[in-house]
Design a binder for this molecule. Structure first.
Ligand code: AMP
Length: 301
């Protein structure tokens, strides 16, 4: 099944207790598409400025990612600066410079409007809605967001959520969106907003999938070295949607497998800065952690 992502393509400056990078390749659509590229053909719709290095586009293309929907506009590329403390589950956004995103309106190329699976990665929900108006009956639409939009664009975000099948959020976004401290109640409140599935990412504590029928709880892969959690959520979504696209199956039990593939891709993402941890995986790496995760939470009753 064809997979389309619309999101940010960014130059990120990130500081963690273990080092820092300046203007490194990042953005929600980038982490997502690299993770998904290990499973399926994936196409990106986004915008960059004329300062965006060609080598990054070459890198995405070398991973088989379709960048025909990546427009280059005069101006500077979106920039995001974040700092992590000793607890890598907590981060502060120091600066968000929308730059070319300010005047951006996504144009879905004709050949991509019929994509079966669509991921609305983290961007302004007004733009997510513009995408939903252009795609032709996808089989499944998933959506991510962040506090920046929950606080600044709530009405448009609620309209987007009403129109998607799967909402993918981290734990603090889940609480903030639902205005409810308990994650189970908050997830149920988001189900009431429209989606049939809510996927809550809990960093090193794993992920929780909530549907009207019940729960699926997945542990995180126990990584010994975590350098930079930036993009882990998008990598998770990329592994999740990538597996659904590869298998062509969006049924409940395959969604569980997809959560585990998402968990595996996120685990590689956090091990190095920027996209480096996911830049050259082989299928054996992914299958190895997929199988290991089953063992980590299997027990006899
Ligand atoms: P994650 O760690 O999964 O939340 O994703 C981090 C990525 O999201 C970074 O690479 C940023 O460039 C990107 N990002 C941060 N803030 C925004 C924003 N307001 N809109 C779109 N993308 C963003």
């Amino acid at each position: 099944m064809g997979l389309l992502v619309v999101g940010s393509v960014a130059l990120d400056s990130v500081k963690t207790p273990f080092g820092e990078v300046h203007d490194a390749l990042g953005g929600s659509a980038v982490f997502f598409s690299i993770a998904a590229s290990y499973f399926t053909d994936v196409a990106v719709v986004a915008v960059v400025g004329t300062d965006f290095p060609q080598r990054h586009i070459d890198f995405l293309n070398a991973k088989g990612i379709d960048t025909t929907g990546l427009s280059v506009e005069s101006g500077e590329t979106f920039r995001w600066t974040g700092v992590y403390g000793y607890d890598l589950n907590e981060r502060d956004t120091i600066e968000t410079r929308l730059n070319v995103f300010e005047g951006f309106h996504p144009q879905i190329p004709a050949g991509l409007a019929s994509s079966d699976l669509v991921f609305l990665a983290n961007i302004d929900p007004e733009l997510q809605l513009e995408v939903l108006d252009q795609v032709e009956r996808p089989r499944l639409v998933a959506c991510d967001t962040m506090n920046f939009y929950i606080e600044g664009r709530r009405e448009a975000l609620l309209e987007t959520i009403r129109r998607v099948d799967v909402m993918i959020v981290n734990d603090s976004e889940c609480r903030e969106l639902a205005d409810e401290p308990n994650l189970v109640k908050a997830s149920r409140a988001i189900l009431e907003m429209g989606p049939h599935t809510v996927l809550v990412k809990k960093g090193e504590h794993g992920a929780l999938m909530v549907t009207g029928d019940g729960f699926f709880s997945a542990p995180a892969f126990p990584c010994e070295s975590v350098f930079d959690p930036t993009g882990a959520g998008d990598a998770f979504a990329g592994g999740f949607m990538g597996h659904l696209a590869r298998s062509g199956d969006i049924g409940a039990s395959n969604m569980r497998r997809a959560v585990i593939f998402g968990t595996v891709l996120a685990s590689y993402c956090v091990e190095r800065f920027s996209v480096d941890g996911m830049s050259s995986l082989d299928p054996g790496d992914i299958e190895g952690r997929f199988k290991a995760l089953k063992g980590f939470s299997d027990f006899e009753t």
